[in-house]
Design a protein around this ligand. Sequence first.
Ligand code: M6R
Length: 612
Amino acid sequence: MCGIVGYLGSQPAHPILIGGLKRLEYRGYDSAGIAVLEDGQLCIEKKKGKVADLEALIGDNQYSSTIGIGHTRWATHGEPNDLNAHPHLSNNGSLAIIHNGIIENYGALKEDLNQKGYAFKSDTDTEVFISFIEYIKESEGLSLEDAVRIALTKVVGAYAIAILSSDEPDKLIVARKGSPLVIGLGKDEFFVASDASPIIEYTNEVIYLEDEEIAIMQNGEYRVINTSDDSQNPQIQTIDIELEAIEKGGYEHFMLKEIFEQPKSIADCMRGRLKASTGQLVLGGIREYKQALINAEKITFVACGTSWHAGLVAEYIFEDLCRIPVEVEYASEFRYRNPIIKEGDIIVAISQSGETADTLAAIELAKDRGAIVFGIVNTVGSSISRVTHEGAYLHAGPEIGVASTKAFTAQITVLTMIALRIAHLKGTITERRYNELLVELEGVPDKVQQALDFNDKVETIADLFQDAKNFLYLGRGYNFPVALEGALKLKEISYIHAEGYPAAEMKHGPIALIDENMPVVVIATRDSSYDKVVSNIQEVKARKGVVIAIVTEGDVLIPKMADFTIEVPSTHEALMPLISVIPLQLLSYHIAVMRGANVDQPRNLAKSVTVE
Ligand code: M6R
């Protein structure tokens, strides 16, 4: 959460910083700000609200400085207002900082600095952090670089920081621990950002800073050290993200673009891995520890949010195909409850961003106890992809809308391929079923496109329900996690209360909520629990609930009972979540747009949740 950018070179920094903040705005949008060094003086512009509000504040005030830092905030300490917006100045005004993360011991540091006569303007941990650096610098007579390094050994928590100093106006210092930080290497210029998206229009050569590393950039040169002052030799990587992948490409919102990209993103995810005509299923990311997966007595998936829902789908698939018991854990619960993990146990972490703090902490815990950890990650070079033993990228392309859509279907696709590969090697699946599923999986992108072709119908239904106060989503078997995902999509972007339930559980409580004002979305595709779901629909109708049913094309029974039906193409039930989720994504999108909500940047949320 929070996006940070920085620039040092020969171009005016201000437009580069604003452009970068717009690319990173999905990470937080409570306030935005920049600091530049104009004629050796630190100039700060910051404002509550979006980057557009910051631009309006700056107006025609075009700075010519060629060094600067910028921040877009997701508030942790202190409400979102102008004062708490970053950058923050140190006590004597000579240092400016932007920070993504949380300094956990800031209270004690603040008290100590208060006693020494330091005053603070904001409620943030970040202002304490920069004044602490100033204090070390001044009291010990150190260079900025040494003061930063020593301060970093004394703070507890997570940080990605960038610091400017009016005393050393040609130097940019950045550091990270637990929050991501990428440095783009141009010709005699440097671009700093929380992820590569603000960098790729300038250079594709990057360094992903490691935890407790500090980079010092000055006069076209850079050095990386660690907090013990040892020189580091970071690897320069070449990234191949196309600019168009991070732009809206004619769509009104990133979310809509990403929903409609799914035929391609799912195909990209399978490209070079699956070829049904030859029975080929190659997954380089599970090569080294393949035997451990085959022998696994249990697999534990850890994830948050939508990625957790993908884990639930995977539970059904792995248990069904591989006959391996599966547990699916919220990373935030798993890490705090002394879970039973033995040496060699298998943990699979699922994450779009690869930066989710709770998932990262769960991985560290599992690794400490000797587990083998796989990462199923979308963002190339992200922290989770680097700390796991092995894993597979989604190859779904950057996902920018806060509501996860194409990452969900890509996660299920990758996990299905892994399950099929392991089941085939273990012999828990017949050759015939294996080949059938490969053919069916290869055909999913076309079927997702067919489901998308019903967009107009979904929009018409959305129009009728845009003022609903509550929604219930029901599904059974493979479609139960889809019900959870549909409810999450609706609540996070439209702010309508929605609950997902296993359809049969409805009668154990939620049925009491049903009346003529309760829309009930039932995922009722033709599968092994179809007849039971039909009964559940009748139970809802008997209580005057309004049923919107997602049905398999050609279904003639449910359209007679449900108030509205949306068809999706038929497929094997294990693959149905990839298709049945499409109308639910569209439904939430259209309802949110009709309610005037900010679909790509819903209130209180951020794309990567890098705080615990
Ligand atoms: O980047 P991750 O997949 O680790 O993120 C996990 C959740 O924060 C994320 O899925 C969140 O729930 C989305 N906003 C859901 O749309």
